[in-house]
Design a protein around this ligand. Structure first.
Ligand code: ZN
Ligand code: ZN
Length: 176
């Protein structure tokens, strides 16, 4: 079977003409330059077995690629600890008292809507039926109810610093 082979204007690699929506560009370049669907490359012997591209992008396309593959990654425990320390350093003595009562060793709890990608969210404090947890997608501390330990019941996207959340705890309002 002889498939038509084109040469890409951008990266100068050969590619199977029928794998790209554009006449002069390989599927990879047409994706990064014009947003066409990319080939799901599978490299064998330094060529993609699907589109025949050689995997060598132009400098310009590599820059575009880096921008788009700058993917979100879940926060690490050490980064989280820094945020906690920062919050603690800003607490009033009243807030500190509450905090020392409710803090727990950070642990990831599940959350069904947005928690899957990062393997859950870090819970940093538990106060009766409420937890303080860190939303590392929105980058802020949040308070949610829970009914089962290990599961956050409500998703919120507050971008609060830790010390602010203390004032939002139910018991703080109830003065109990
Ligand atoms: Zn190309
Ligand atoms: Zn390919």
């Amino acid at each position: 079977m002889n498939r038509k082979i084109n040469i890409c204007n951008e990266c100068e690699s050969k590619y199977f003409a029928d794998t790209s929506k554009m006449m002069q560009l390989c599927p990879d370049c047409s994706h990064f330059l014009y947003g066409y669907p990319n080939c799901v490359h599978e490299f064998k012997n330094e060529r993609c077995t699907n589109c025949y591209w050689n995997g060598k992008s132009s400098v310009y396309v590599n820059i575009l690629r880096e921008k788009t593959t700058d993917k979100w990654t879940p926060i690490s425990i050490s980064e989280l600890q820094k945020l906690i320390e920062l919050g603690v350093s800003k607490m009033t003595s009243e807030q500190l008292k509450i905090w020392s009562d409710i803090l727990v060793k950070p642990k990831k709890w599940q959350e069904k809507d947005y928690g899957k990608e990062g393997g859950g969210f870090w819970v940093v404090a538990i106060d009766r039926e409420e937890t303080i947890w860190y939303n590392d997608i929105e980058e802020g501390f949040n308070i949610s109810k829970f009914s089962t330990v290990g599961e956050i019941d409500e998703y919120w996207d507050e971008q609060d610093e830790l010390q602010w959340t203390i004032n939002k705890l139910k018991r703080h309002h109830n003065k109990v």
